[in-house]
Design a binder for this molecule. Sequence first.
Ligand code: PBG
Length: 325
Amino acid sequence: MFPDYRPRRLRKNAALRSLIRETHLCADQLIYPLFVVPGKNRREEIVSMPGVYRISVDQLAKEAKECLHLGITSVILFGLPEKKDGMGSGAHAKNGIIQTAIKELKNKAPELLVITDVCLCEYTDHGHCGCIINNDVDNDATLEILAKTALSHAQAGADMVAPSDMMDGRVSEIRAILDENNFDSIPIMSYAVKYASAFYGPFREAADCEPQFGDRRSYQMDPANSREALRETTLDIDEGADIIMVKPAVAYLDIISRIRDEFDLPVAAYHVSGEYAMIKAAAEKGWIDGERVMEETLLSIKRAGADIILTYFAKDMAKILRSRR
Ligand code: PBG
């Protein structure tokens, strides 16, 4: 063939390269995670996640405006309650931390899409994602608490709920309680494929949800499995999920790609805390160019097939995208 086709012809300058670019990042398909804490005037950097803060409710409006200004139209909320108990009852408290945060955001920045993480691990004193019966995370007893939690988020004004607990059957339980209470238009973004991953380390510091005994392997997926990811996704879609999520992202690009090929729902990928922290740490040491590695990483997630990316880099990336316009 050579020299009939010369791939370098189309790489000659920036205009040509952008003309044939296959994948694009855009701020409105990035979801920015927010950690909300009780109290006033709090803005505390998370040690293992430089640039990410735990903030109190009164700081949310400012954060929301900044996101919207940068073109980020969605956030996902995580809450740290005043106190924890065995059943995670703070998760569905009427004036709990998340319920209060939702109201504040919908009040001050109504156009921002507010998504809530539905899970119990930040609210249980043992740190597991469900309640414990006979030394085990009890699946069916947990479903009821999760459903109540999702309903309380919808009642506070959440635009979408995102169950991340990995209990069997939680999507249908949540769909049912939302529908019964006239929230049939609230979508569910399910963490359909969530692995038992060591990449969640910094998040557990951020959200104070490290399990006090055992680990999460009896409910989160084995990192060695990919066919199981298809089964999990099929179940969640049958139960009523509107968006399916894969988590973590970079170590599971093959899974994102398979899910994209096999299903036609929107696919989200969670670029998790450890994936963020590794890039930040190496960049701080001067070993990599943090900004370029960030963009390359997010592009790889998009290229693998994710429509939506949840990432702590959302604001950093959006700033760069904005500066190019
Ligand atoms: C709650 C939850 C976790 C994350 C999101 N929701 C922690 C976990 O399952 O241990 C991790 C997010 C991240 O690491 O950025 N279950």
